[in-house]
Design a protein around this ligand. Structure first.
Ligand SMILES: Nc1ncnc2c1ncn2[C@@H]1O[C@H](COP(=O)(O)OP(=O)(O)OP(=O)(O)O)[C@@H](O)[C@H]1O
Ligand SMILES: [Mg+2]
Length: 324
């Protein structure tokens, strides 16, 4: 694991959690998150993502192992952890009748800010999350993306060193999702450490500098998005062979050029093969096809994506249709 444990803003070591009669929700979770980064917990249903977040946010007690957040132990020092963190779950307790500004001021007062300080804090957060235009409209008229940004603002009333986001963009349309992503990026750029859970491979890919892939209560793979993709193998070349050309001969040429065993799909007239050596191999291939008198209708290079990583490394399928 590349994050230095001494400097980690979030550190979990061998964390266990059992719910009676249900087996292990967490079965030795290890996690180290560098300060000021966005770290993703990615995994199928029931992998233990929410349980991990709830333990780190001190809402649930761990049964074994240890965890520190912003330098404080979650088991022995939960109050100090709570003073340093923000948490945005899926269902924030926003008052639908109040405006965004009024909601923020209310939460600020609940956190013991005086009236004037609460107003200032609300104003600053509305500006930060680009909600000024809608600030005085009732929350029931907000779009999903505006709501989620208001959730983020509420979770940061006190100014958090570490922010936990459980599925921050589930149920949002692509535009709203982008707005939330931008808000999260800005938070990390200003030094906040963000741990988010997600079911969306694209979200993990675009937003997180590192990802811990969870399955059955533990981390089964950890790395940057590109490191994880590299683990499932290199790029594949896909060639569509025009009708009337000899498919087997084309496969032979491709095999010779790439020094790899191709897979042939006769029905689709497609040949695919792993590519090592990047552009050099493509150059060789182009010459080979040319010399063999073949015209590739369609030559493409497919890089592995996080779907490949997910399917290769976890047992469960990603939840389908959730919010999409
Ligand atoms: N309060 C609870 N009581 C009993 N079992 C629980 C409780 N919370 C979670 N579990 C169980 O613990 C396991 C992990 O659940 P968790 O909610 O952490 O998974 P998740 O990765 O967040 O899943 P999802 O993608 O569906 O949100 C599951 O088997 C779940 O049924
Ligand atoms: Mg969950």
């Amino acid at each position: 694991m590349s994050t230095d444990r001494r400097d980690a803003a979030i550190l979990a070591e061998g964390v266990r959690k059992h719910y009676p009669g249900r087996g292990a929700a967490l079965d030795g979770l290890d996690l180290a998150v560098a300060p000021g980064t966005v770290h993703g917990l990615l995994g199928p249903n029931g992998a233990g993502k929410t349980t991990a977040v709830r333990i780190l946010a001190t809402l649930v007690r761990l049964d074994g192992g240890s965890a520190r957040v912003a330098g404080c132990d979650v088991a022995s020092d939960p109050a100090r952890v709570r003073a340093r963190i923000g948490l945005a779950g899926q269902h924030a307790a926003l008052d639908e009748v109040l405006s965004g500004r009024q909601n923020l001021e209310m939460f600020a007062r609940l956190h013991h800010l005086r009236a004037r300080a609460a107003r200032r804090r609300a104003g600053a957060l509305l500006e930060r999350f680009d909600l000024e235009a809608a600030a005085d409209r009732p929350v029931r008229n907000y779009s999903g993306g505006m709501r989620r940004r208001l959730d983020l603002a509420v979770s940061l009333i006190r100014g958090a060193d570490v922010l936990f986001l459980d599925e921050p963009s589930t149920g949002l349309d692509p535009r709203s999702r982008n707005e939330v992503w931008n808000a999260v990026r800005e938070l990390a750029a200003s030094g906040t450490t963000v741990l988010l859970t997600t079911q969306y491979l694209e979200e993990a890919d675009r937003l997180c500098s590192r990802i811990s892939l969870m399955d059955r209560g533990r981390v089964v793979a950890e790395g940057s998005p590109s490191e994880l993709k590299a683990r499932v193998g290199g790029s594949r070349l896909e060639v569509a062979v025009p009708a009337g050309r000899d498919l087997a001969a084309a496969a032979g040429s491709i095999s010779a050029a790439l020094c790899a065993a191709p897979e042939i799909d006769p029905a689709a007239r497609r040949i695919s093969a792993p590519v090592r050596g990047g552009v050099g191999a493509l150059g060789r291939l182009a010459r080979t096809l040319d010399e063999a008198g073949l015209q590739a209708d369609d030559v493409s290079l497919r890089r592995p994506d996080l779907d490949d990583v997910f399917l290769r490394l976890t047992a469960g399928p990603i939840r389908e249709g959730k919010g999409r």
